[in-house]
Design a protein around this ligand. Sequence first.
Ligand code: FES
Ligand code: FES
Length: 179
Amino acid sequence: MPSLNAQAKHPVTITLNGRTRTGHASPRMLLSDFLRHELGVHGTKVGCEHGVCGACTIRLDGVAARACLTLAVQADGRRVDTVEGLAPEGRMTALQDAFNRHHALQCGFCTAGILMSLSDYLERVPKPTEAELRDMLSGHLCRCTGYAGIVRAVMDVTGQASGNADAEDASSRKEPAHV
Ligand code: FES
Ligand code: FES
């Protein structure tokens, strides 16, 4: 039985945000590292590198997935969408605009992963309740926003009023939600 050379690099071709891209990856290279270091696409962030924080979330064949739990070779021949693909012409999506309006990001480290999860989730659940949304967001760690701005942004873009998010945020917010 032939043995695999763990160091050898193999060509990996993906459809990245609608364009064919090819790079080389060893069998153990993570998709997150392949995107950032091999293809030079840095929108996808890396936090915990073991599937907990959600920062590295991308869409693999349309489904939100942790790039740090996916090997680059597993993505060969598949469609990969990253945050860069949301606004290819530099024009932000309605969701990105809402994040901006509602101060849903501060350092922004978690933002790319949350946007990619939401872009999948909102296709399947176009009008989540706040409880459903918070449950979905529990798969992402955000150290900065307390999630209030993120919840407000999603409820806004889905045409719903946000209840608890405003209440929770009111005590800690030091500046108006809209500037
Ligand atoms: S870096 Fe992938 S889940 Fe944290
Ligand atoms: S905006 Fe900083 S971690 Fe979420």
